[in-house]
Design a protein around this ligand. Structure first.
Ligand code: IFM
Length: 459
């Protein structure tokens, strides 16, 4: 079972989830620092300090990545570490951290894949209105310029934003992510529009200023419904379940991807959200829709969908006891196949899986190892389905496991462990789990190791 010759194997993290050092070397606070102080917002009051203390342990962490055979590393840049007020004054020490990170990765032969924004929005800009402010797209463009000027002589692969559905929807409508707002739909739509304009302007800046030829994308949540059967009706229903907007909601894929990739505001978005006064002009869409080189997709779980008597999608409930991860998310390997298929058919861009993995109840065993056969089985089965998609002609170019190491899982604090590497937060000891050694074998064999079903290869 071979993946294509240049297939890229990596792992991913995000700044707030691993760096710690939330007020070190001139870093400004982010909206996540603020939300962590709100009683009840984050599991047991956990905060971003010290997380994995990666800010101080970066060199060793990169050495560990090299030992694990990673070819690429997806990380995010903390906007307020670089621009403590969000715009204006640059914090040289913050910038220097990412400069060193890139050099350290390159010295180990690991390709850097930075994401400009993975949710740690500068608190100073939030105080000025945040994503509701009409200047917020420009603020993001200014920040992009700083990073491109600094890193683009060595970095060519850029992602603008991670999972806009989450920071827009969970942050500004559902209220469980920072900044913890439950805005009415009109304001939600303003945040959505400004985030889209910010993405577009950011791509423009990257293309205009990069010193090496850039390859640009973003990393939305990948939705994929699994058809209940191979019948054309069920397949059409599963596709419609992902594409159609029937009621106001924050997860609709096409609210983000249609404007950014197709340059259109979906008709059913107009129908469902039209009453809330948001307008999307041709000139907005022109700014938002910039050419992308590939599409990053984060994928974890999918519903199964069948065609109802009228052909409309109906979600089929998973039976009691269906496998799930420690977040309670159903384990659905086939979902990644349908997710990349439906996205490729609708958007036509080459795809990179920018996140995929599972939270598990991992602990260090008496023998000093961390044995996580569930994560190995999960990843093996998802990767086999990804391979199936490639065999079917879908242009998938890479896979980043989420996550390199256990980290701050947002509102769940440190209670959920997604890493290939176990982190003891009290001592900061890193212990590669069995899955890390297994993944190294998968990378080394370019997928051939997936044919084996035992969990101990490479350990
Ligand atoms: O930890 C998150 C990540 O920051 C964004 N995607 C989903 C992961 C697991 O919840």
């Amino acid at each position: 079972m071979q993946f294509p010759p240049n297939f890229l194997w990596g792992a991913a993290t995000a700044s707030f989830q691993i760096e710690g050092a939330v007020a070190t070397d001139g870093k400004g606070p982010s909206v996540w620092d603020m939300l962590c102080q709100r009683p009840g917002a984050v599991f047991e009051g956990h905060t971003g300090d010290p997380a994995c203390d990666h800010y101080h342990r970066m060199t060793d962490d990169v050495a560990m990545m090299a030992e694990l055979g990673l070819q690429a590393y997806r990380f995010s840049i903390s906007w307020p570490r670089v621009l403590p007020e969000g715009v204006g004054r640059v914090n040289a020490r913050g910038l220097e951290f990412y400069d060193r990170l890139v050099d350290t990765l390159l010295a180990k032969g690991i390709a850097p894949y930075p994401t400009l924004f993975h949710w740690d929005y500068p608190l100073a800009l939030y105080a000025r209105g945040g994503w509701l402010h009409e200047d917020s797209p420009e603020w993001f463009a200014e920040y992009t310029q700083v990073m491109v000027d600094k890193l683009s002589d060595r970095v060519s692969n850029w992602m603008t934003q991670n999972e806009p559905q989450c920071f827009v929807g969970l942050g500004h409508s559902v209220g469980v992510h920072a900044p913890g707002l439950k805005l009415p739909w009109p304001e939600y739509l303003t945040v959505l529009k400004n985030s889209l304009l910010a993405h577009g302007k950011s791509v423009q800046v990257i293309r205009a200023s990069a010193k090496t030829k850039p390859s640009v994308s973003f990393a939305p949540v990948g939705h994929g419904s699994i058809p209940a059967s191979d019948s054309p009706e069920d397949i059409a229903a599963a596709r419609a379940h992902d594409d159609n907007i029937k009621v106001p909601g924050v997860w609709h894929r096409s609210l983000h991807l249609d404007p950014a990739i197709l340059g259109v505001w979906p008709e059913d978005a107009d129908r469902v959200f039209g009453a809330y006064g948001m307008t999307m002009s041709d000139s907005d869409l022109k700014t938002i829709c910039q050419p992308l080189d590939w599409l990053g997709l984060n994928f974890y779980s999918a519903p199964t969908v069948k065609a109802g008597p009228d052909g409309q999608p109906v979600v089929v409930k998973y039976p009691a006891g269906h496998p799930q991860n420690a977040m309670g998310w159903p384990i659905t390997p086939e979902g990644i196949y349908w997710m990349v298929k439906f996205h490729y058919e609708r958007y036509g861009l080459p795809i990179v899986i920018t996140e995929n993995g599972m939270a598990n109840l991992d602990a260090v065993d008496d023998d000093g190892g961390v044995h996580d056969p569930q994560r190995i089985a999960y990843t093996r089965n998802y990767l086999k389905q990804l391979h199936r998609a490639i065999q079917d002609g879908i242009d998938v170019r890479g896979y980043f496991h989420w996550s390199l190491m256990d980290n701050f899982e947002w509102a769940e604090g440190y209670s959920k462990r997604f890493g290939l590497v176990h982190v003891d937060y009290a001592t900061q000891k890193r212990t590669p789990k069995d899955s890390a050694y297994w993944y190294r074998e998968v990378i080394r064999s370019n997928g051939e190791a997936l044919k084996r079903t035992d969990s101990l290869i490479g350990v």
